[in-house]
Design a protein around this ligand. Structure first.
Ligand code: NAD
Length: 499
């Protein structure tokens, strides 16, 4: 029987008012496993009302007690890791091991949020003037929201919800309608950890729910992750309504392979970062840039057999390298890009378009594809494909290799593989991209640093998680106080200065 997934409001699953639904697939078999409710504006409003009623009490709960809820939540994530990973893998398509990584990377941000008593401390200056003390405090915004993509159903909701909640806000999560189960499970675990009802509400839905969030006057801030076109739309509409907004978008991540690089290391890196999670990662490597004469040939000798022998399997298989793509529509889109690359004149060295998995003929599988001789004018280079497709763009020298990611419209992540410290240091300083790996293919910073791309990969001025998350989900108040109050300076008509 097909499961029905509704919303999670006021501490429990609730059916909404809207009767619209969307199919949720299990990509490894292709079956419709559930129908998820698609909220209308009234459903969003009921989540906001619940959040608004609960938030003042939560903000008044001291930070150490809020941290304890987060600590308990981390324990529960560890307790339920296998169950969460199993559902995540089935609904998204990624392998079980990768699904655990998805949860773990979210859990680490929840661990960071356990430090909230320290993270919320303000500044204090005693004696800034005669009898004057100056100090600042960070206060929660109130009700805030997060809109998240399909490809990290645990990690990205937790990157947003954990810091926002620890700061004393109430959080409304609108997860992807393609992978809604795990966000619902996370909300139930938060309640089990002791979070008061209403502080984390999950509203499932599509554009209708997103627009209702963006237009709701009681939602003070919106964090978004998804494709760049929608990111820009959410940024513009949220900001026009006076909200604080940060939006993270798509990517085209390059990996530069210098002539002196360890090519075995570089090949391992390209295989994992290019094809892991079937390329459905915003930090996947989708462009390999071998530099200088002969480097491409030396690299391809190692790379081609590895792409040809990738193990594509069902998400629950323990030895698959990658699973299926998320939906049939997405599979068709990715295959369409491979067709396009062929017609644009790129050399398709490995063709995984017709891959079929025996026993899983209706699953959304595709084998790894590898293009050589891709050039910057081709659409397969310019656009995000988001599938197991790697393009080799040959650069004649370092300067050309540095220019490629720097001039690309996306600027999420980039990597350089080299044994030369001078080159690595120069690259890290000059490349026009937000996150850089040196002999590291997926440079996702740890929870206590911040994550964010540049150019069309990020809209807004603060990053995700780390100290920026605390800044994003709080407002700063600065207090100038004079004690004893009786110090008289007389009436001052010009602006006070320190002269
Ligand atoms: P998407 O843009 O289709 O959807 C993201 C969210 O927006 C979902 O919650 C969806 O319901 C909502 N949405 C979709 N269409 C909408 C519309 N027309 N109006 C309003 N809301 C809408 O993205 P996706 O396919 O779920 O995720 C993949 C994309 O996310 C890729 O581009 C990937 O690079 C990007 N991504 C970026 C990061 C990052 O941190 N930069 C991280 C993960 C994924």
């Amino acid at each position: 029987m097909t499961e029905a997934i509704h919303h999670f409001i006021d501490g429990k699953p609730v059916s909404g008012r809207s009767t619209r639904t969307s199919d949720v697939y299990w990509p490894m078999t292709g079956e419709v496993a559930a129908k998820v409710a698609l909220a209308d504006a009234a459903d969003v409003r009921s989540a906001v009302e619940s959040a608004k009623a609960a938030q003042p009490g939560w903000a008044a709960t001291n930070p150490q007690r809020r941290a304890r809820v987060m600590m308990k939540f981390v324990d529960l994530l560890n307790r339920d890791m296998d169950k969460l990973a199993d559902r995540l893998a089935r609904e998204h398509g990624k392998t079980l091991a990768d699904a655990k990584g998805d949860i773990q990377r979210g859990l680490e941000v929840a661990e960071f949020a356990c430090g909230i008593p320290h993270l919320l401390k303000g500044d204090y200056t005693e004696g800034a003037g005669p009898g004057i003390d100056l100090y600042s405090m960070r206060q929660p915004l109130g009700v805030v929201a997060g809109i998240t993509p399909f490809n990290f159903p645990a990690m990205i909701p937790l990157w947003k919800a954990a810091p926002a909640i620890a700061c004393g806000n109430a959080f409304i999560l609108k997860p992807s309608e393609r992978a809604p189960s795990v966000p619902m499970m996370l909300a139930a675990l938060m309640i089990e950890a002791g979070l008061p009802p209403g502080i984390l509400n999950v509203v499932n839905g599509d554009k209708v729910a997103v627009d209702a969030i963006l237009d709701d006057p009681d939602i003070m801030a919106v964090g978004f992750v998804g494709s760049s076109t929608i990111a820009q739309y959410v940024y513009a509409r949220g900001a026009a309504n006076g909200k604080r907004v940060q939006c993270f978008g798509g990517a085209k991540n390059h990996m530069i392979i210098m002539p002196d690089a360890d090519l075995d290391l570089a090949t391992d890196a390209l295989i994992g970062a290019g094809y892991g999670s079937a390329g459905e990662r915003c930090m996947a490597i989708s462009v390999a840039v071998p530099v200088g004469p002969g480097t491409a040939e030396r690299l391809l000798v190692k790379l081609v057999p590895r792409v040809e022998s990738l193990k594509v399997g069902p998400s629950t298989s323990l030895d698959a390298d990658l699973g299926p793509l998320v939906t049939k529509a997405h599979l068709d889109k990715v295959r369409g890009y491979v067709d396009l690359g062929v017609s644009e004149g790129a050399n398709l060295v490995v063709d995984g378009r017709d891959f079929k998995l025996q026993g899983y003929e209706n699953g959304f599988y595709m084998g790894g594809c590898l293009f050589d001789h891709v050039t910057p004018d081709m659409r397969i280079y310019k656009e995000e494909i988001f599938g197991p497709v790697l393009s080799v763009v040959r650069a004649k020298d370092y300067d050309e290799a540095l220019r490629l990611p720097s001039e690309h419209e996306y600027g999420n992540g980039v990597a350089i593989f080299t044994r030369d410290g001078d080159t690595a240091r120069d690259f890290a300083a000059r490349v026009n991209v937000g996150m850089v790996g040196i002999n590291v293919p997926i440079p996702v910073p740890l929870a206590y640093y911040t994550f964010g791309g540049w150019k069309r990969s990020g809209f807004g001025d603060l990053n995700q998680h780390g100290p920026d998350a605390i800044r994003f989900y709080t407002k700063t108040k600065t207090i100038t106080s004079r004690w004893p109050s009786g110090i008289r300076a007389g009436a001052e008509f010009s602006i006070p200065t320190m002269k």
